[in-house]
Design a protein around this ligand. Structure first.
Ligand SMILES: Nc1ncnc2c1ncn2[C@@H]1O[C@H](COP(=O)(O)OP(=O)(O)OP(=O)(O)O)[C@@H](O)[C@H]1O
Ligand SMILES: [Mg+2]
Length: 271
């Protein structure tokens, strides 16, 4: 079985001729935490949407645990935190986060088959109220999305994805609208979940420090056309506490990513 997430020779062109991704190949082994970083417009969200089965590529292949993104999605293997939270406006916070869990037994059986786990484990209900409380949303469980701040909406979308306990978790700049302390708390929660479930994570960020701290691998992308320009494995011990962030070896990885990004900003063909 081709476990994990695989893209091979993928091209995605939008209707107006924009080449959002060109010849992108990427292999994410199961259980790995991979970040995508790169200038605005380099195709990070497009890549996540292809893996989530929300867009189709014009060339190449995308697979999730050896099946198509559509199959993986139907079997509820994938959790997606989109760049904008996309909550259902007529449901309160609690119902927004519990809705995707109401999966039927057939989807659970298919998921168990694809991911090679027991259906019972897949059907296990997480305690959504405690997940909401850990995300600082205990007081907000009965509010509607329109009554929440942008950062609160973002946290609801994160809890919704965590609650699925997905085999593959796709997160598109999930922490961008959060203050530093909330961001750190949710990073911890994400790492706990990743550790517990051995979820495969694809994580989009614009923060070099966040990418290096969280990831096993950082994928650097460049625009026009969207492509992968560097793949940097982060060989640092975990857990990566505050102390490590101040060490030279951490900064050395930040510098490597920064240099790769600097190259990504250069206009192709320019001197
Ligand atoms: N639905 C669409 N129709 C046409 N062009 C699109 C569409 N979605 C994205 N694009 C274009 O494809 C390219 C890649 O967009 P994408 O949203 O994947 O970039 P991104 O790396 O996520 O950027 P950001 O960091 O700003 O979120 C951009 O040039 C964008 O304008
Ligand atoms: Mg994006």
């Amino acid at each position: 079985m081709n476990a994990g997430v695989r893209l091979h020779g993928v091209r995605k062109t939008y209707g107006d001729g924009t080449v959002a991704l060109d010849d992108v190949s990427l292999s994410v082994p199961p259980g790995r935490f991979v970040s995508l970083i790169g200038p605005s417009g380099c195709g990070k969200s497009t890549l996540l949407r292809l893996v989530a089965g929300l867009e189709a590529q014009d060339h190449g292949q995308v697979s999730v645990h050896g099946v198509s993104p559509e199959d993986a999605c139907a079997a509820k293997l994938i959790g997606l935190v989109p760049q904008t939270p996309a909550l259902l406006p007529w449901l309160d916070v609690l119902r927004n986060v519990t809705l995707p869990r109401r999966m039927n037994r057939r989807a659970a059986a298919r998921r168990a088959e694809i991911a090679g786990v027991e259906a019972r484990a897949v059907l296990q209900e997480p305690d959504m109220l405690s997940l909401l409380a850990r995300a600082g949303l205990a007081e907000a469980v009965h509010r509607l999305p329109s009554q929440l701040s942008g950062g609160m909406q973002q946290r609801v979308a994160i809890v919704r994805a965590f609650g699925l306990r997905p085999d593959v978790l796709l997160m598109d700049e999930p922490f961008s609208a959060l203050d530093e302390f909330t961001r750190e708390a949710l990073q911890e929660q994400l790492l706990d979940l990743w550790d517990e479930l051995q979820t495969t994570v694809l994580f989009v960020t614009h923060s070099i420090q966040e990418a290096v701290r969280l990831s096993d691998t950082v994928v650097v992308m460049a625009p026009d056309p969207g492509r992968v320009v560097d793949v940097i494995d982060i060989d640092l011990p975990r857990p990566r506490g505050q102390q490590l962030l101040e060490q030279g070896r951490f900064h050395a990885y930040e510098d490597r990513v920064r240099n790769a990004l600097r190259g990504a900003w250069r206009v192709p063909g320019a001197a």
